[in-house]
Design a protein around this ligand. Structure first.
Ligand SMILES: *Cc1c(COP(=O)(O)O)cnc(C)c1O
Length: 371
């Protein structure tokens, strides 16, 4: 039995009839940009997140970028980001001419360490951009308290955190803006690109609606220099079909996590843990091992596909070579990049497949002494 990292086709197949009906609804409606399907999804997703507003955009990177612009971040401003995030977090900042300022994560929670944030604040700092990495919520109260003390904006990168909870409340409200991706592999994924920003602030929501649509609130009247970044109605219809299943599907992820946690505990492997303030969406189940590449190969040899999220931290990417902010070493992020390995997880992963992963790891790690 081979265990793929994630089976997207199986996710679509489970809701096949409903998804086909939703797509047909849009095809037959004659309405292909924004309109009722996008508005309905925005209302449903805002309600799910406990946010006052949701604005659908083209993808997660644009969600971050437009959220930064809509909250007043611009060229020359510094934005504090975790040093161990996916490159999109940094790209959103640098593409608007702002400067990403990496702050190291807490090695247990993988998320930005609030204790290290204040040392990175300068007179040019405008925003803090915590990422709920792997679906584990960052410590938002601590981040928001620092932001309030220094008059900073908080924008959350929730691209991996659909359905995650912070102190019992869903991620999505409470900060200036929260950016989402509906890339197919995310916990709530479209059949193509998609994204959204949620916010409690009606003015930020209004600015986002203009920014995604050529800077225009009324057709052919352009009040700001905007973009074309709209969530497609077909994707909104697919997302509306999948949203009612998100809690159940996240629940299935938690069952796999329970199996992994119980049965891998004795192995020479660092397992992920939920912080006591948060409930993860378990987008990824990331273990750490000093001989990660070897472990990945051993698993592959037993038919188990494990992936690395992420092998090179943003400050070490070629794209940012020569940038002053990228020059300093980020030892925690770099150590993580060398040791992290994501085991297969997803709502369509069967218990038998999870047992297969566990068996393979027991087989590999019981027989070889780690050096
Ligand atoms: C997926 C992801 C993004 C970007 O989303 P896209 O829809 O692919 O543009 C941003 N941040 C994080 C943490 C992500 O995982």
């Amino acid at each position: 039995m081979n265990v793929p990292f994630l089976d997207l086709k199986a996710a679509t197949d489970e809701l096949s009839a409903e998804i086909h009906a939703a797509v047909a609804r849009v095809v037959d409606s004659g309405w292909y940009i924004l309109g009722p399907e996008v508005e309905a999804f925005e209302a449903e997703y805002a309600a799910f997140c406990g946010a006052a507003h949701c604005v659908g955009v083209a993808n997660g990177l644009d969600a971050l970028k437009l959220a930064l612009i809509a909250t007043g971040v611009g060229a020359g401003d510094e934005v504090i980001v975790p040093s161990n995030t996916f490159i999109a977090t940094n790209l959103a900042v640098s593409q608007i001419g702002a400067i990403p300022c990496p702050v190291e994560p807490d090695p247990v929670s993988f998320n930005i360490d609030p204790e290290r944030i204040e040392a990175a604040i300068t007179p040019r700092t405008k925003a803090i951009l915590p990422v709920h990495l792997y679906g584990l919520p960052a410590d938002l109260d601590a981040v928001r308290a620092i932001a309030e003390r220094h008059g900073l904006v908080v924008i959350e990168d929730a691209a991996q955190a659909h359905g995650a909870r912070y102190k019992g409340r869903p991620i999505g409200g409470g900060s200036h803006a929260v950016a989402w991706s509906f890339y197919p592999g995310k916990n709530l994924g479209a059949l193509g690109d998609g994204g959204a920003v949620t916010t409690d602030d009606p003015e930020i929501a209004e600015r986002l609606r203009m920014l995604r649509n050529y800077g225009s609130a009324r057709k052919y009247e352009n009040s700001v220099v905007g973009y074309n970044s709209r969530l497609a109605p077909i994707q909104a219809a697919v997302l509306r079909t999948k949203l009612p299943y998100l809690e159940e599907w996240n629940g299935r992820r938690r069952e796999i996590v329970a199996l992994y946690t119980a049965q891998l505990a004795e192995l020479d492997l660092v397992l992920p843990r939920e912080p006591n303030w948060g409930e993860s969406s378990w987008h990824l189940f990331v273990v750490q091992h000093p001989r990660r590449d070897w472990l990945q190969e051993q698993l592959a040899g037993r038919g188990v596909q494990a992936l690395i999220h992420y092998p090179i931290p943003p400050h070490r990417q070629q794209a940012y070579a020569g940038e002053a902010w990228a020059a300093a070493a980020q030892p925690i992020a770099e150590a993580m990049a060398a040791q992290v390995l994501s085991l297969p997880i997803g709502p369509q992963l069967s218990a038998a497949q999870a047992e297969r992963v566990i068996g393979a790891l027991q087989d590999i790690l019981a027989t070889v002494k780690v050096g």
